[in-house]
Design a protein around this ligand. Structure first.
Ligand SMILES: Nc1ncnc2c1ncn2[C@@H]1O[C@H](COP(=O)(O)OP(=O)(O)OP(=O)(O)O)[C@@H](O)[C@H]1O
Ligand SMILES: [Mg+2]
Length: 487
């Protein structure tokens, strides 16, 4: 009987389980959404119990009756869960990566900015787990219990590994998003912990991204954990320094493999761990994180009702020939890379009586492309290399107009691989390597096949004019949130 590898992809909007065969083909898929809880402007919460239920559901649905050789995990990153060691139940809502409630707190930590940049490889931002832990300890009065190790912290990988195997562990890629791990030593760092005010007793043990962590109740080895963007890097088989991918989901994340040395960015990118296979050395990456891309399409659907499905954005955008002078900068969670401005908020600029919903739809798609352009410019400047092609994946790559717009604004070809579910594929690859299902990286590389390619089709003056307008619109998002005010 053939056997397979299963991956759980615990995302921001949904949890998926995908089963792959040895050729990297999809055998089965199950998916369940969970609630996005918005208690006030800028706040985003999840219910960790609801997510664990969804994960159990999709695992059963996709894998029952199949012979599963290994299970891998990939997850939305930075989202912070605190739970009670004795009962195993969450003690507060999970604070999601997009949440900006720690804005004032991160500003109060400004004296430590250099320390975090140097040791954790990260700018001070509401995005990362550290400030969220600190806020929850203070708000829910949990510090004493956390110091005694009665209240535990974990990102979603940790929360799932705890429930699946009973161990309190995390993988090194997820740990690299907390601001608490020293990116050079790959260990929790006392100076970072003291600056953030987080007790060590509540932290999980840091493990490699691929090794057998334990077994499920059914005896399946749980053998990988990677943050979703690192998993996509792995699934796109970007194993060599310089290889780069960009994933288009709720947000979009461009990562470049930088080999075995962490490269500190001078242009607003993050230094992060790409992956670590077993006892091998860690591979690092430079990352351009964009908070809002696909979630803007969902916002148009759910909050404005302009479309009834995400795919309709393309149809609506094609009712017009261009953006009609309209630009949409979705700084809903402030601006991430390369700006890192938590005081920014969204704007639609260039409005006239001429602009209709078709133009807005175009501006929505172009926002994803221009945000990518800003990150690619930063990546080129940091690496000293010019990106020559963009390997794209994720749900938004179903949108042909977006893919063409990306090629146009980046002025490089954009390619999409056969398996656009690279996040789950990467987690499956890592779990399969850890258990001997796949022998080596070359075997995985041979599984990568191009499905489609888009080539630049606009002229340079048009590209430059549009980029100038985009930058003017970005400038108008800044300085919106005032220091004293909560939202
Ligand atoms: N045809 C389309 N055109 C534009 N955007 C689309 C299209 N189809 C899906 N999307 C967007 O892509 C996103 C879904 O992509 P994907 O499934 O990769 O994200 P995800 O992995 O579920 O996100 P997350 O992991 O953050 O939960 C949604 O935000 C949706 O709005
Ligand atoms: Mg995802």
């Amino acid at each position: 009987m053939p056997h397979y590898v299963a991956a759980i992809d615990q995302g921001t909007t949904s949890s998926r389980c995908i089963v792959f065969d040895q050729a990297g083909h999809i055998i089965s898929v199950a998916q369940r959404e969970h609630r996005q809880i918005f208690p006030k402007p800028g706040w985003v919460e999840h219910d960790a119990d609801e997510i664990w239920q969804a994960v159990q559901g999709v695992l059963a649905e996709a894998a029952t009756g199949l012979d599963i050789a290994a299970l891998g995990i990939t997850n939305q990153r930075e989202t912070t869960v605190l739970w009670d060691r004795a009962t195993g139940r969450p003690v507060c809502p999970a604070v999601v990566w997009q949440d900006t409630r720690t804005d004032a707190l991160t500003r109060a930590l400004a004296e430590h900015e250099g320390l975090f940049k140097e040791k954790a490889g990260l700018p001070l931002a509401t995005y990362f787990s550290g400030p969220k832990i600190r806020w929850l300890l203070d708000e829910y009065d949990l510090r004493d219990r956390a110091e005694r190790g009665e209240v535990l912290f974990g990102t979603m990988d940790s929360w799932l590994l705890w429930n699946l195997t009973g161990r309190h562990i995390t993988d090194v890629t997820n740990a690299s998003r907390t601001m608490l791990m020293n990116i050079h030593t790959l260990a929790w760092d006392d100076e970072l912990l003291a600056a953030m005010g987080v007790p060590r007793a509540m932290l999980p043990e840091i493990r490699p991204s691929a090794e057998v962590y334990g077994h499920t109740a059914d005896g399946v080895p749980v053998a990988s954990a990677l943050g979703d963007q690192q998993a996509a890097l792995f699934g796109q088989t970007c194993f060599a320094p310089g290889e780069t991918k960009s994933t288009y989901g709720s947000g979009s994340f461009l990562l470049m493999n930088t080999g075995q040395e962490p490269v500190v960015s001078k242009h607003g990118l993050l230094t992060t761990v790409g992956y670590q296979i077993g006892d091998g050395p860690a591979t690092y990456a430079l990352e351009g994180a964009i908070a809002v891309t696909g979630s803007l399409v969902q916002w148009l659907r759910d909050n404005l009702g302009l479309i009834s499905s995400a795919a309709e954005i393309e149809t609506l955008a094609k009712t017009v020939d261009d953006n009609g002078g309209c630009y949409f900068v979705p700084a809903f969670s402030g601006l991430f890379a390369p700006h890192w401005r938590s005081d920014a908020r969204g704007v639609i600029a260039g409005l006239t009586g001429f602009v209709n919903k078709g133009h807005i739809a175009r501006a929505v798609l172009e926002a994803t492309a221009w945000q990518t352009r800003e990150v690619v410019d930063a990546m080129n400047a940091d690496s000293g290399l010019d990106l020559t092609t963009l390997r794209a994946d994720g749900g938004m790559t179903a949108d042909n107009l977006l893919m063409q717009t990306l090629a146009d604004v980046l002025n490089v070809p954009v390619i999409r691989p056969m398996v656009a579910e690279t996040t789950a594929l990467g987690a499956a690859y890592a779990a399969g390597l850890a258990t001997g299902y796949w022998p080596d990286l070359d075997t995985l590389r041979a599984n990568w096949h191009k499905a489609a390619e888009w080539r630049p089709a606009i002229d340079e003056p048009a590209r430059e004019r549009e980029y100038r307008n985009w930058k003017k619109a970005v400038a108008r998002t800044l300085d919106w949130v005032e220091q004293e005010v909560e939202h």
